[in-house]
Design a protein around this ligand. Structure first.
Ligand code: FEH
Ligand code: ZN
Ligand code: ZN
Length: 352
């Protein structure tokens, strides 16, 4: 009987409770499974939504280990697993679907057709995730080679990079030489959105945030203009587009004010992309706050093939994550800092 190996883990055991730094067993992979030794795990606002969820609002079974933004090395391989080698640097495509539907087979687990019947959304989201020393991945198809990327740079690509990439990929055909895009909220996802827009489109990029340091980060990421969110922001933004409005507004906050700002500054025929889960509401109607011809998009995370593209951009030096690297043992403080707005860029936790 092999002794049970333990790994440090940040786990949620009661709804509305605090995450606990505890230990979990290190499982042995069977069949298609792959065990990854975690080297870095990003901290996301969605983790806060999970921590704050009231009982019955998420289909997840407790307890589970948090962390859906993961990089590490392959540590062990199930007998049926193919395409990975021990010691290989990898990142984890975090949305895990049913694995059988047409979407999952195409690597689009973020849009699994059977999502409603699953008791999880992915790693750290109802299944044990990467805020731990090891994470068990159901299938090698969820692993993307990370090349020589440092794990603290690679982990945030799997969500903070992949989510804006997925949103922008759907817009590139609309964004020509004279286009302008607003990035509202320059946090973990927003600062990478600025870099992705500059790398993938000719657009003029305008950043909006409530913090001066976030606007400085946006500028360092290539934003052409940054403006503080104030009462006159809509006028400032429309003026920044010469009066026509933005071809796209990427709202990484998603509260009432930012959704209204996006609608008010959108060009006719423009796209409002609601990425932030700030609980905001926007009335849709004719007439209504959105301009004629507007498209409203509610993208969720991204696909496996897109994660390959994001890693390739990072390896090509087109993406640089502003990281705040901390030991895994400081996870609870990291959640508190994120909630209090004391984080710039992305907190990345590193197991000892
Ligand atoms: C994960 C789980 C649920 C909602 C949103 C998210 C995002 O962080 C993924 O990009
Ligand atoms: Zn996330
Ligand atoms: Zn599926």
């Amino acid at each position: 009987m092999t002794p049970t190996r333990k790994t440090p883990a940040v786990r949620l055991s009661t709804w509305g409770g605090h995450p606990e730094l505890t230990e979990a067993e290190v499982p042995d992979p069977i069949g298609d499974e792959v065990l990854v030794r975690v080297e870095a795990a990003g901290v996301c606002h969605s983790d806060l939504h999970v921590l704050d969820a009231r009982p019955g609002t998420l289909p997840y079974r407790l307890p589970f280990t948090l962390g859906h933004e993961i990089a590490g090395r392959v540590a062990a391989i199930g007998t049926e697993a193919r395409g990975v080698t021990i010691g290989e640097r990898v990142v984890v495509h975090g949305p895990w679907g049913c694995g059988q539907c047409r979407r999952c087979v195409a690597g689009q687990d973020n849009y699994c057709d059977r999502r409603a019947g699953l008791e999880w959304s992915g790693a750290g989201l109802g299944r044990d995730g990467g805020m731990a020393g090891h994470v068990l991945v159901p299938h090698a198809r969820h692993l993307v080679p990370a090349g020589e990327l440092d794990a603290t740079q690679a982990a945030p690509l799997t969500d903070a990079g992949l989510t804006p990439y997925h949103a922008i990929a759907g817009l590139v055909d609309e964004l020509g030489e004279d286009s302008a895009v607003a990035v509202v909220g320059v946090g973990g996802l927003g600062h990478l959105a600025v870099q992705l827009l500059r790398a993938l489109t000719p657009s003029r990029v305008v950043a909006v945030d409530t913090r001066e340091d976030a606007l400085e980060l946006a500028h360092s990421c290539g934003a052409h203009l940054g403006t503080l969110a104030r009462a006159d922001t809509a006028d400032v933004l429309r003026a920044a587009t010469g009066g026509t409005g933005f071809d796209a507004v990427l709202d990484f906050v998603g509260n009432d004010a930012t959704l209204a700002l996006g609608a008010a500054t959108l060009r006719t025929g423009g796209t409002l992309v609601a990425l932030g889960s700030g609980g905001g509401r926007l009335m849709i109607g004719k007439p209504g706050p959105l301009p004629q011809g507007a498209t409203l998009s509610l993208p969720f995370w991204g696909t496996g093939p897109e994660l390959h593209a994001v890693v390739a951009l990072a390896l090509a030096g087109k993406l640089r994550v502003a990281t705040d690297v901390r030991p895994l043992t400081e996870a609870v403080q990291a959640f508190d800092d994120l909630r209090a707005g004391r984080v710039l860029g992305r907190v990345v936790l590193v197991p000892s």
